[in-house]
Design a protein around this ligand. Structure first.
Ligand code: SAM
Length: 281
């Protein structure tokens, strides 16, 4: 005989939507405290699910926008917050929701979420490779991805993700979270990170595009010396490479992984000034 289904019974977690629900109330609270939402804040929560973070946010944020893809969970949230005018539910794929739809002033937005880990990179870069960027982002992500974002230059895990994030924002770990804080228990460890985009940004938009191209080329060939990458990708002459080395103070015989994000910024700026020609693939 099938077991009765009660209206309040939690639906089965969908692996395809990365549904590992955070059940540890202490950690829920700490994550929300890390964002410190206030009555003047507009907050977007990505993947609110069964409301683990939402219930701590709802009383604190001036305005709260929940973006949830799952039909059942979105309907439950709509019902739960129907009488709370400060809370809005957007029942969509977060990757398809422009920040302008969430807030009239995306630069003021605070973003939070225990996000589906399989779309961490598009979620992050969707917010960081645009202008204006949100004011602050607090996310639970896979610990290994957090470590790649925070990796020091020269380490094995330092690469395009670290430079992509830290060239436009400050990033720090808020805390590690063990598997037992979730149901169902995930296969991986987790961490909460805080990302605060530089305000004002350190580069104009054109130089940011140049930086992204440079980062892609550099870490696509991380075993090569930088001078070789510049010559191959940008078709620079040895004299041009030398001039760039003198201008930026960078040792072009080193490999890309030895340069901190600030040096990528400096080089991208110098490169765009030196060559208006786009690199050829
Ligand atoms: N925030 C809840 C918690 O901490 O318990 C749920 C976290 S669960 C790891 C991820 C949530 O993101 C799920 O509710 C899932 O349905 C939702 N989700 C998955 N893909 C999504 C997408 N593309 N856009 C919006 N929400 C999504």
């Amino acid at each position: 005989m099938p077991r009765p289904s009660y209206p309040g019974q939690p639906p089965r977690a969908k692996k395809s939507l990365g549904q590992n629900f955070l059940v540890d109330v202490n950690i829920q609270r700490k994550i929300v405290d890390a964002l410190a939402p206030g009555p003047d804040d507009e907050v977007m929560e990505i993947g609110p699910g069964q409301g683990a973070l939402t219930r701590h946010l709802a009383g604190r944020a001036g305005r709260l926008v929940l973006v949830e893809l799952d039909d059942t969970l979105a309907a439950r949230l709509e019902a739960e917050f129907a009488d709370t005018p400060s809370v809005t539910v957007i029942h969509r794929d977060v990757l398809q929701v422009p920040l302008e739809e969430v807030s009239a002033n995306p630069a003021r937005l605070k973003v939070i979420g225990n996000i589906p880990y399989n779309i961490t990179t598009p979620i992050l870069f969707g917010m960081l490779e645009r202008r204006p960027r949100p004011r602050e982002i607090v996310l639970m992500i896979q610990k290994e991805v957090a470590e790649r974002i925070l990796a020091p230059p020269g380490s094995k895990t330092y690469g395009a993700l670290a430079v992509g994030v830290r060239a436009v924002a400050d990033a720090e770990r808020v805390m590690n979270v063990g598997r037992n804080a979730f149901r169902p228990v995930p296969d991986v460890e987790s961490a909460v990170i805080r990302i605060v985009p530089h305000d004002p940004p350190r580069l104009p938009p054109e130089d940011e595009a140049a930086l992204r191209t440079l980062t892609r080329f550099a870490f696509g060939q991380r075993r090569k010396q930088f001078q070789r990458i510049l010559r191959d990708a940008y078709h620079l002459s040895p004299e041009q490479v030398e001039a760039l080395a003198a201008e930026t103070g960078m040792d072009m015989q080193a490999r890309p992984e030895s340069f901190p994000p600030e040096q990528f910024i400096t080089l991208a700026r110098a490169l765009r000034a030196a060559t208006s020609a786009a690199p050829k693939d």
